[in-house]
Write a protein that binds this ligand. Structure first.
Ligand SMILES: CC(C)(COP(=O)(O)OP(=O)(O)OC[C@H]1O[C@@H](n2cnc3c(N)ncnc32)[C@H](O)[C@@H]1OP(=O)(O)O)[C@@H](O)C(=O)NCCC(=O)NCCS
Length: 219
């Protein structure tokens, strides 16, 4: 009988940088995720997400959160996948880091998105996890560029992008809360501008490369 990790190779992947560990979200992580999210992710006055998922009634957030996770998992194909990582520091779940793609074998481009529980902000974790996922994308997944975006009134996300080496790449006007439009700074990172952090250790990259197509293999 195949193990679940053999059936679903993203579960074999682990990216480690110091005491930080990124693994693809599993059902075992969901209860902790919901607890972190219910504890608060950002100042409610200012919505950082273009899908304002943190605005839902706290009574509905748990099921809505896991529905979103299961949706991303079931939509994961070689052509279009979202690696949604559970990020743990010294074993404690602190937030998530995503790397989402479309037509990856052709575009070799992924978009990063992330959040941390509010009590974990401002300790350098956001910078470390973004650097870790970008190093993984360039060195193990054959990415040629990484994109991101942040509302212009989100200084911490923009600061992380700047520190990691992303460059401004235009501005989009997006709806964030219903009826509210806001300017979203588009960002682009290439290997040439990437400011690396501490070295990462990766396990399970080969199985993932095979799963998303031989064209995606990096070093
Ligand atoms: C965005 C987020 C992931 C960043 O993670 P983090 O661990 O807080 O970030 P770091 O501590 O690594 O770096 C934050 C940087 O922002 C800077 N910063 C924070 N508030 C700032 C402000 N008001 N003005 C200018 N810079 C600011 C900090 O000084 C720090 O830079 P430094 O290390 O050069 O001093 C986290 O804040 C978060 O989850 N926010 C809510 C969700 C969110 O906004 N997600 C991104 C959506 S695009």
């Amino acid at each position: 009988m195949l193990t679940l990790e053999e059936i679903w190779p993203p579960y074999q992947l682990a990216i480690t940088e110091g005491d930080l560990r990124l693994t693809v979200v599993r059902d075992d992580d969901l209860a902790e995720f919901v607890a972190v999210a219910l504890d608060g992710v950002h100042d409610p006055e200012r919505m950082p997400f273009s899908t304002p998922w943190t605005d839902v009634d706290p009574a509905e957030l748990p099921a809505s959160f896991v529905r979103f996770q299961w949706g991303a998992r079931s939509a994961f194909t070689a052509d279009r996948f979202n690696l949604m990582f559970a990020v743990r520091r010294a074993g404690e779940l602190v937030g998530t880091q995503e790397f989402s793609t479309e037509h990856y074998a052709l575009t070799r481009t992924g978009e990063t998105g992330s959040w941390l529980g509010r009590r974990f902000h401002g300790q350098g974790i956001g910078t470390r996890m973004r650097r870790a996922v970008c190093a993984f994308a360039f060195d193990h997944l054959g990415a040629v560029q990484v994109t991101s975006g942040a509302f212009r009134d989100n200084p911490s996300s923009l600061a992380v992008s700047r520190k990691v080496g992303y460059r401004p790449n235009g501005v989009k006007r997006l709806q964030r809360r219903p009826g509210e439009v806001a300017e979203n700074q588009q960002l682009l990172l290439t290997p040439e501008t990437f400011v690396r952090g501490a070295p990462i250790t990766v396990t399970g990259a080969e199985a993932l490369q095979k799963f998303v197509g031989s064209g995606a293999g990096g070093g």
